[in-house]
Write a protein that binds this ligand. Sequence first.
Ligand code: ADP
Ligand code: MG
Length: 742
Amino acid sequence: MASPSGIDSKTPLQLVPGIGAQKASLLERLGLRRAIDLLFFFPRTYQDVQPWNTTLELTENTRACVLGTVIDMDSRFGFDGRSSVGVLLEIEGGGYLRCVWYNQPFRREQFSIGRRVLATGVIKSSGVASQMRHPEVLLLAEGEEPPPAKPIPIYPLTEGLQQRNVVQSIAAVMPLIEHVEEALPLEVRERAAQKLASMLSASKASISNQSASPTSEPSWVGLPLFDGDVATTAPPKLLSIHDALRMIHQPETMVEAHDARLRFIFQELFVLQLALAMHRYQTQYSKPAPNIPSNAMVHARILKRFPFDLTSDQTLAIEDIRRDMAREIPMNRLIQGDVGTGKTALAQYAMLSAVANHYQAAMMVPTELLARQHHRKLCEQLKNSKVMIELLVGSISGKDKRELLQRIAIGTVDIVVGTQALISEHVEFAKLGLLVIDEQHRFGVEQRASLRKSRTVPHYLVMTATPIPRTLAMTVFGDLDVSILRQRPPGQSVVQTYVSEPAQQERWWKFVLEQVHSGRQAFVVAPRVEATGDEDAAGESVGAIQQWEILSQGPLAGLRVGLVHGRMDGDEKQQKIDDFVSGKIQVLVATTVIEVGIDVPNASVMTILDADRLGLAQLHQLRGRVGRGRFPGYVCLFPRADIGSEELERLKLFASNHDGFALAELDLKLRGPGELLGTRQTGLPTLRIADLSRDSEILQLARSMACEIIATDPLLNLPEHAKLRRQVVAKHGATLEISDVG
Ligand code: ADP
Ligand code: MG
């Protein structure tokens, strides 16, 4: 449908009147090609223009809006042929401002002495009076009051493109607004606004409860949606798409800008949550899962196998699992728990429940090493029982493997622990009732999908030790239910963590030496395999290989120092790790390959080189490798030599903080979601306006409303949801395999 200006949403930007080829090519660098792209290209923040008629406290190089009266004018011609027009304003609050235009002689005619003018622009100081070049001006008629000051949108830019260009280009596509389809039903908008209002008054109440002095009225706490956001007293609104588009680009007030952003942030998160809820519905109800009830006797028998009493968090999580597995709907549960919180016990519980009900269970872990470890422990725990436990990893091949696969297929194996070999090869289970996946965040979404494609639909239990901030979990794993282990089993001590200055390093190595001489073992972690000069960040980085040479000849000479890194082949890696586990190697120099799950109770010290290269969540993972046995753990971070002070603060914060969740939240704020989950994580949707760490309350609301809608209309087939469905499919259909055919 064409708008009055003759453009439609698909019109290429160079054909939009008022944009032109040159600006269009600059805009294309921002990914903007069609008219509609530009309409949905949002300001990243706004400049709040303060009332103008204050005394002249104008700061150089900042934007300002000034109300004054013309008291003088001049026009000049320079030798270079340049003309300039100057207009001197007497500011109403006091002071003077000179406005100047080059090569715009017509400006001379716009002004007359005594005329009131509103000028907006960047202040360039110049002698006695401040100066603005090429300000925007609003001429007031006799007796006319100036309009209220408007916020100035600030867009992301690219080289050669100016704010003014973007503002003008957007103005050129504004006529399209009336043709944009409203995807959010009115009822959804109204309910969301109501709920936001009650959320906000709840947080207001909780603040006033905490307030020490009852006389000081707490300020209204709004949702801050951008830098320098307003504290608004108005209840939140969810604007219509048309108002929202107008107000996000051309707000009259900061409140309008705020409301417009709120609408789009909500929409983005709501559509995402609808996609996840739909996906979850599709996976849960397409095929039934086995019914695995756990009666009191089985329950007691399994618990007896544990050499300890469960923590209350473990007990709660087991209740969740029991409830899930007793239904015919496949369980889709994520267990989040810091290193050492005892997730393995939950996996064992679930697997034994399956076996007690004559189903098979499988446990998939990211590395062969971890698979062997889990397998060994499980065998120890279940010795003298009839449960058949087997190991399936890549290095098992030939006849052994054929036999194993056969026994799995006929059902004489009860529990299989393995790596990806479990899904990437033709493993057929006689009666698979449960699949446990350890360290889920290492598996891409694709692998999750391929598992779901298998013939059988087992219950599905996922465990991760990377504490994922709630908001991120709701986004990446939004189709899973979550149980959290926060408590640690008794008897675990926290790992002492230090950040070392270069001058202290010698002393630290002496300490490592002492630890090893007293019978302990040590890790030395270097993020890179080889030393490199670094182009992107500051500082040389040390490599594991070089470090191994240096340490074994220098500070740790005389100890048995081994090396393991990601470039070694599987057998070689395995051998080194086995040697470390058995104590043949005393100090293991390693890359972050050891991050996931290695359990060597005798290891008590870890040195992390170039620690500032790593995220806090990752450092926390590494830290969890020591202090696992009877011996207290110690970790020392060696940052790169030219580390900045903020970076150093981050590391110090890590040293003093042992709550993995808090660290992960911090990582999310400081480094963004991509860093937190690792660059290879594919499951992370790109968000244009919402921010998972800032907008967590809106995310929660979007999630609960999306779940309600999907509960009544699982595939969004009702006519009133047709437009929503289109949005969901357009934005997330491909990643979540949500097709357009209802
Ligand atoms: P995670 O996999 O969550 O990092 P693990 O399951 O490996 O942690 O447990 C860490 C250690 O704590 C193991 O040695 C385990 O035996 C022990 N453990 C687990 N639960 C308890 C408990 N409730 N009481 C005492 N020790 C426990
Ligand atoms: Mg574990």
